[in-house]
Ligand binder design. Structure first.
Ligand SMILES: C[S@@+](CC[C@H](N)C(=O)[O-])C[C@H]1O[C@@H](n2cnc3c(N)ncnc32)[C@H](O)[C@@H]1O
Length: 307
């Protein structure tokens, strides 16, 4: 039976037999928490925390704990918590706290009144299901989907969604309505009493929305047709400018602002410390990859300082 995309998507990822309940994300795609890149991400996290004197790192949608572990390696004095749908990986550093989450837009009740914390959601919001609609004349009609991926149009979207689309995504035939993501993000921010909330994701701005939408599916490393049957990841880029924010910048801008671009290692080091020289070169390449404006450097960082 066809259901609104937002419901079918939620069930496929977070239902009783959902992809993220069964599987770990990196079985299907890689992110900047992969070896090599994750150290760059961790150094950005630690630098932001040191600048604001924060002592607790909360990794929302922490995957297999890769970023949490890299932050611990870099700054063992920090208190680190991972919030995830799946259960705690057996080999995770015992000092990392693990909190189970319902998934999608919902966060655990235990996560409240956070103080002195940097709360970061790396590639969470793109996996928060949203309403998908198509413009038919001047009306916005909700798109429904069957478990085989066949789409059909239902009635008009609700008033709040129509207003969001009018304000934030006024053009294009297919619209991924951001209200569910805006609300999920605002909910997360409201749980932080004092500190910094950060969302990092691939996103777009009002002046350059994807005109035919961005819903994409990954299965075992390949891009496949989006089907909400629990066999693949379902993701759509985030309309980052509609999220509550104090600052919005690209990853490239942030890495530069934090002074994380290393100088080239001295060539003489290749003779005196060849292993160190290779490590320095590898780190420099990882920073370049994370700053590439046509790749990961184009990721958006959304920052909110509380109170
Ligand atoms: C694209 S993966 C990102 C994982 C990791 N942050 C990374 O960048 O490699 C999305 C992750 O979000 C998790 N997730 C989705 N909704 C969540 C929620 N409400 N609370 C905690 N984790 C959530 C999923 O279980 C999945 O592991």
């Amino acid at each position: 039976m066809a259901r609104p995309w937002i419901d079918a998507w939620h069930e496929a990822l977070y239902g009783p037999d959902g992809l993220y309940v069964r599987d770990e994300p990196h079985a299907h795609f890689s992110t900047a928490t992969s070896p090599g890149l994750v150290e760059v991400l961790a150094s950005a996290v630690v630098e932001l925390m040191r600048r604001d004197g924060l002592s607790r790192f909360v990794d929302i949608a922490g995957g297999g704990g890769e970023l949490a572990a890299a932050v611990c390696d870099l700054a063992p004095d920090l208190h680190v918590t991972c919030v995830e749908v799946r259960s705690r990986p057996a080999d995770l550093d015992p000092s990392i706290e693990w909190v189970r989450s319902p998934g999608g837009a919902a966060l655990p009740d235990a996560l409240r009144s956070l103080t002195g914390a940097l709360v970061l959601a790396h590639e969470w919001l793109d996996n928060v299901p949203c309403t998908i609609a198509e413009r038919v004349g001047s009306a916005l009609q909700e798109v429904c989907v069957g478990t085989d991926g066949t789409e059909s149009l239902a009635g008009p979207v609700d008033e709040a969604e129509a207003e969001w689309a009018q304000r934030w995504w006024p053009q294009g035939g297919r619209v991924e309505i951001g209200t569910a993501r805006d609300d999920a993000w605002a909910d997360l921010v409201s749980r932080l009493d004092d500190g910094l909330a950060v969302a990092v994701d691939y996103g777009h701005l009002r002046q350059a929305r994807p005109q035919t939408g961005s819903l994409t599916a990954y299965r075992l490393g390949e891009v496949v047709v989006p089907v909400p049957d629990g066999s693949c990841d379902l993701t759509a880029h985030v309309a980052v400018d509609s999220l509550v924010h104090d600052r919005l910048l690209t990853q490239r801008e942030l890495i530069r602002e934090l002074g994380l671009v290393p100088a080239s290692p001295d060539r003489a080091m290749a003779r005196t410390d060849p292993a160190g020289y290779l490590r320095a070169l590898a780190h420099r390449s990882a920073v370049a990859a994370m700053s590439d404006p046509d790749g990961l450097g184009g990721f958006r960082w959304v920052l909110v300082r509380r109170p």
